[in-house]
Design a protein around this ligand. Structure first.
Ligand code: A3P
Length: 289
């Protein structure tokens, strides 16, 4: 049976160790030239990290791999075990730093806002995100058992999964984006037109790479390439943590897999709840390509 390592803070489930060590996370001192990658879990975090690193390394895959080997992008709310924590790692890192978090905007350490840091938020349509998270819950042995699909479905829509409600998460970051330096991206857009979206990231990072390098980054960050890359496909993670025989970490990487999981009734119910929860904000998600 799995360890249940989630605990609530302000009504949001996080890793229990983060909640138990919350103060150093909240007191984290961001710097003005920090770049923070923000996502709700399973929205394509690994993908955008690879894109950002490839851009930072001017399309040099070797250098990008070295960054990963040195444990890239401290995960802000990670407190271990194993140590060091995300905060400790970030503090020890030279600037300009690239950091990562799954925190909802309202739980972010305030210094990020105070220092007007840059944020890249990657959003994925809720239905595919829900499906991806379900399989991640099944294979990740440090997360509680998701129960049946039906049970999990209810938990997801009521925000009783790690990092809380997808709706609140997306709303929070969408709402803050006009007041702060935020590049708000959609998983489905990168899937549909990777070069165009990668160019946006490049410009946001203040880089200017030529077309051949951009083409190379498009290729190297494709699902097929990343699935075979041992430094990103988690093949080195022990089975006691991630059992990829249950579901691979690089699972499908598609838009619309929700159709293989949602019943017609669940879909109708979901659409109704979505409308209620996302009322008043003009955000458009694509759920099929
Ligand atoms: P699926 O489970 O639908 O396949 P995260 O990195 O935030 O945990 O997100 C994981 C999801 O992103 C998984 O979705 C994974 O397959 C997908 N993903 C990872 N790399 C990708 C890529 N290069 N292109 C498309 N999807 C990718």
């Amino acid at each position: 049976s799995k360890q249940k390592e989630l605990k609530e803070i302000a009504g949001i489930l996080l890793m229990a160790t983060s909640v138990d060590n919350w103060s150093p996370i909240q007191k984290f001192e961001a710097k003005p030239d920090d770049l923070l990658i923000c996502t709700f879990p399973k929205s394509g975090t690994t993908w955008i990290q690879e894109i950002v690193d490839m851009i930072a390394q001017n399309g040099d895959l070797e250098k990008c791999q070295q960054v990963i080997l040195q444990q890239r992008h401290p995960f802000l709310e990670w407190t271990g075990p194993p140590k060091p924590s995300g905060v400790e790692r970030a503090n020890a890192m030279p600037s300009p730093r690239i950091l990562k978090t799954h925190l909802p905007a309202h739980l972010l350490p305030p210094s990020f806002w105070e220092n007007n840091c840059k944020f890249i938020y990657l959003a994925r349509n809720a239905k595919d995100c829900m499906v991806s998270y379900y399989h991640f819950y099944r294979m990740n042995q440090t997360l509680p058992d998701p129960g049946t699909w039906e049970e999990y479905f209810e938990n997801f829509i009521s925000g009783k999964v790690g990092w809380g409600s997808w709706f609140d998460h997306v709303r929070g970051w969408w709402t803050s984006k006009d007041s702060y330096r935020t590049l708000f991206l959609f998983y489905e857009d990168i899937k549909r037109n990777p070069k165009q979206e990668i160019r946006k990231v490049m410009q946001f990072m203040g880089k200017n790479l030529d077309e051949t390098i951009l083409d190379k980054i498009v290729q190297e960050t494709s699902f097929e390439k990343m699935k075979e890359n041992p430094l990103v496909n988690r093949s080195a993670v022990p089975k006691s943590v991630m059992d990829q025989s249950i579901s691979p970490f690089m699972r499908k990487g598609t838009v619309g897999d929700w159709k293989n999981h949602f019943t017609v009734a669940q879909n109708e119910r979901f659409d109704k709840i979505y409308k209620e929860k996302m009322e008043g904000i003009s955000i458009n998600f694509c759920t099929e390509l």
